[in-house]
Design a protein around this ligand. Structure first.
Ligand code: FES
Length: 132
């Protein structure tokens, strides 16, 4: 049974389960701030569920790849859309600051107990484009 490590928590899941679902089932979120409410609910169009993953996960699909090419995402960020990523083995997950979680230079967010309040004031960034 794979284990997902995220913000100081370890969550067991079923192999092949979607990472976003694993986090939400555990009461965690791959979204920052208002993106928790304003997101595409897992259709790979908003890009707000992006996280860094280290471990065994599914390959990047065409929809995910397309969304990660649209700013503020960038292929060099090496992020994954948690709504499109299947957990295939043990995985360590990190979420970066910003509405889309793309502020890589700021470093990953701290464990959940320390980061929730700080994230509420996160800048929502520019609005999504029609392409999203
Ligand atoms: S929830 Fe919108 S892209 Fe994943």
């Amino acid at each position: 049974m794979p284990t997902v490590t995220f913000r100081g928590r370890e969550i067991e899941c079923t192999e092949g389960e979607t990472l976003r679902n694993v986090l939400q089932r555990a009461g965690l979120s791959p979204h920052n701030g208002k993106a928790e409410t304003f997101n595409c609910k897992g259709f790979a169009s908003c890009g707000t569920c992006a996280v860094a993953v280290d471990g065994e996960v599914s390959d990047v699909g065409i929809r995910e790849k397309g969304r990660l090419l649209v700013p503020p995402h960038h292929p060099n960020y090496d992020l994954r859309l948690s709504c499109q990523t299947k957990v295939m083995g043990d995985v360590a997950v990190e979420k970066y600051p910003g509405y889309w979680g793309t502020k890589i230079a700021d470093g990953p967010l701290p464990p959940v107990d320390e980061g929730d309040e700080a994230d509420d004031d996160a800048d929502p960034g520019p609005s999504e484009t029609a392409a999203d």
